[in-house]
Design a protein around this ligand. Structure first.
Ligand SMILES: C[S@@+](CC[C@H](N)C(=O)[O-])C[C@H]1O[C@@H](n2cnc3c(N)ncnc32)[C@H](O)[C@@H]1O
Length: 293
């Protein structure tokens, strides 16, 4: 990403989350009252007043809103299960404008650590300050490509993270923007703060989305490259378990978000999520294993 500006893709996905407030209550999967403020406070207020309802029926926007609903919900569900099981630490790696600590009441007793590029995190804190939204998060700035990832666990500990307690790490919408060395170094860093019982929830692109994109995907790929946030990385679902295994994680589940949509949404809406190449994987910190170096 660009060094001198907050992430634009973070603003888009956050706006997509709040746009979900335009969906009828009986199909809405997630409530987010904050996301659009990071791109436009006027847009956020319009959504809250239920203006723009018609936008939720415009084909491209509808797909975007529904995709963000499903992606957010599968991660929220896994996080809620972790907290229900007694987990009390959350790391948002590449947090962007994720407002889970403000959105999810079950996190009241959880220590939350947000890591992101200084430009994005600075914008987030400034907008939340303007909104008067008091997030309990501990903030750490990091550039995943420019600063050694092996130093991040210590920085998190200095911020208060207990590396001997289970941690839920969310790596949502980030892996596709990183180089392979940064992916490798990030996983090894996450493993360092992932005590027994920890979970890693991440989204990723199947490699086919990067190397053989459809016409529509090619257009989106060109736009994100143009704004300085090119897609760079994906796995094939077949190679993911071994890749994670070599870095100390065992895959618990891996599913296409299009399949999750079929579970969560009425059929006539699920079809708009489409594309089996956008995926969600949940992993556990493998215990008593040698991590390949
Ligand atoms: C598409 S956004 C996703 C944000 C958030 N996780 C979400 O799903 O709403 C990608 C995030 O990765 C962060 N990011 C990308 N490259 C980065 C880098 N080299 N160092 C630090 N953060 C980076 C951006 O600042 C941005 O917040």
């Amino acid at each position: 990403m660009r060094d001198d500006a907050p992430s634009r893709t973070a603003a888009w996905v956050a706006a997509g989350r709040q746009l979900g407030m335009l969906l009828p209550d009986n199909v809405r999967l997630v409530e987010d009252h904050y996301g659009a403020a990071f791109s436009s406070p006027a847009l956020a207020s319009l959504i809250e007043r239920q203006g723009l309802r018609a936008a939720a029926n415009v084909p491209g926007i509808r797909s975007w809103i529904l995709y963000m609903q499903v992606r957010t919900r599968v991660i929220d569900d896994a996080l809620r299960a972790f907290v229900a099981g007694g987990g009390r630490q959350l790391v948002l790696l590449g947090a962007g404008y994720d407002c889970r600590p403000l959105r999810i009441p079950e996190l009241a007793e959880t220590s939350v650590f947000e890591v992101d590029h200084p430009a994005t995190q600075g914008h987030k804190r400034s907008v939340l300050g303007t909104l008067g939204a008091l997030s309990p998060s501990h903030y750490v700035t990091w550039d995943f490509e420019a600063r050694p990832m092996e130093d991040l666990p210590e920085a998190l500990e200095q911020a208060g993270l207990d590396a001997t307690a289970p941690t839920f790490t969310i790596w949502e919408g980030v892996t596709m923007y990183l180089s392979e060395p940064a992916i490798d170094a990030s996983l090894r860093a996450i493993r360092t703060w992932s005590a027994a019982g920890s979970r890693l929830a991440m989204t990723y692109f199947a490699k086919s989305r990067i190397v053989k994109p459809s016409l529509m995907t090619r257009a989106i790929k060109a736009v994100v490259a143009q704004i300085g946030e090119p897609w760079r990385f994906g796995w094939t679902p077949e190679e993911l378990p071994a890749y994670l295994g070599e870095r100390g994680f065992s895959l618990v589940s891996d599913l296409a978000l299009a399949d999750a949509a079929r579970e969560l949404l009425p059929r006539e809406l699920a079809v708009h999520v489409g594309h089996p190449d956008r995926r969600f994987a949940l992993s556990a910190a493998a215990e008593s294993i040698a991590v390949a170096r």
